[in-house]
Design a protein around this ligand. Structure first.
Ligand code: NAD
Length: 260
């Protein structure tokens, strides 16, 4: 892979596994210095170590996205360690399966805090560092659930819908300072979150029949779109939501390609 992110410092939340791990590995392979941010210390440290043993530059920083001071420290620790900050990838999230009337207030607040408020807070504390550069980038990970509903995950889809509008708001208000902000919205991607969700009576084969691509995406395929939005190839792009879903949202109904 070309070293197009050499000397760029990238903060990736939820990087201990799944899509976040794929994004961290992708940027490291492209020469970036990667701060892996997660609540899972052991797994996150192991991913950082595996990147380093492959010749990449990476460090794990503990962070609970539900705690403002923890987000603040993760940004400051990243800058202290790597000396700079160019790219924020807000990927960490939780998918809580429960009917709305059974939610407690605390459960609702937790969904909103990790999946939405953490984007505001990472921006709040990264802004002073990002604005120093002629161009810097934020990519927020939305979902196909930013656009269409999904059963029994009301807090998750409410937050994912809001991610798209917060992305536009940041894009509008900070474009004049060279900060671009976009969202990448994955479809069905093979990660621990998806597998846990499948454990909750979700029939993945049935759901895949509604995907023209016909298969689960891989974290690295999502990562490639994130990287596109963080380099000059997308210089004129800000405030968009790039859907990476194998065609899932392109059609209201899809039952697979009929047999010839
Ligand atoms: N997998 C899919 O099919 C899919 C589809 C659409 C969108 N997404 C989105 O992609 C992103 C990554 O999802 P994934 O499937 O890789 O999920 P995952 O559960 O496999 O990984 C999420 C990571 O976030 C971390 N995290 C959770 N709560 C945290 C907290 N409070 N503080 C710090 N870290 C925390 C977890 O420890 C984990 O490492 C999420 O934003 C998700 O909504 C995933």
């Amino acid at each position: 892979m070309s070293q197009r992110f050499t000397n760029k410092v990238v903060w990736v939340s939820g990087a201990a596994q799944g899509i976040g791990r794929g994004i961290a590995e992708y940027f490291a392979e492209a020469g970036a210095k990667v701060a892996l941010i997660d609540i899972k210390k052991k797994e996150g440290s192991e991913v950082a170590e595996s990147i380093r043993s492959g010749g990449g530059i990476a460090e794990f920083f503990f962070c609970d996205l539900n705690v403002e001071e923890s987000i603040h420290s993760s940004i400051e620790n990243t800058v202290k360690f790597f000396g700079d900050l160019h790219i924020l990838v807000n990927n960490g999230a939780v998918n809580f399966v429960k009917d709305l009337h059974e939610y407690s207030s605390e459960e609702w607040d937790w969904q909103m805090s990790v999946n939405l408020k953490a984007i505001f807070l990472s921006f709040k504390y990264a802004y002073a560092h990002l604005r120093k550069h002629a161009s810097s980038h934020i990519v927020n990970i939305g979902s196909v659930s930013s656009f269409v509903g999904q059963a029994k995950t009301p807090g998750y889809i409410a937050a994912k819908g809001a991610v798209i509008m917060l992305t536009k708001s940041i894009a509008i208000d900070y474009a004049s300072e060279g900060i671009r902000c976009n969202a990448v919205c994955p479809g069905i991607t093979d990660t621990p979150m998806l597998r846990a969700h499948m454990g909750n009576d979700v029939d993945i084969q049935e759901r895949l029949q509604r995907v023209p691509g016909g298969r689960m995406l891989k974290p690295k395929e999502i990562a490639g779109s994130v990287a596109y939005l963080c380099c000059d190839d997308s210089a004129g792009v800000t405030g968009i939501s790039l859907i990476v879903d194998g065609g899932y949202l392109a059609t209201a109904e899809w039952k697979g390609i009929p047999a010839l």
